[in-house]
Design a protein around this ligand. Structure first.
Ligand SMILES: [Zn+2]
Ligand SMILES: [Zn+2]
Length: 88
């Protein structure tokens, strides 16, 4: 069974609201990629143990968002689409 993130696949645009100024926060990519140069090459289970999101990684794609207005950033869980044909 596979699942994929609609944002990573370009099917949806991630929209998040900045908790600081309520302005739009931009998607800065996958949290796993954001961790550093080693993260993309590690097993997703291994990343799950190290990034603080072990329970949600199986069907959530964690995205880093940052506000262009006030600079606040955070992590948003994007629900992945399960069981479909992967487009890419
Ligand atoms: Zn994603
Ligand atoms: Zn802001």
């Amino acid at each position: 069974m596979s699942s994929y993130c609609p944002v990573c696949n370009g099917m949806e645009t991630l929209t998040a609201i900045c908790p600081g100024c309520s302005g739009p926060a931009a998607d800065f990519g996958r949290y796993n990629d954001y961790l550093g140069p080693y993260a993309p090459y590690r097993d997703i289970e291994a990343i799950g143990l190290s990034n603080g999101y072990p329970d949600v990684l199986s069907n959530r794609c964690m995205h880093v968002v940052a506000c262009e207005g006030c600079g606040q950033n955070g992590v948003v869980a994007v629900e992945e689409i399960a069981g479909g044909e992967k487009l890419i």
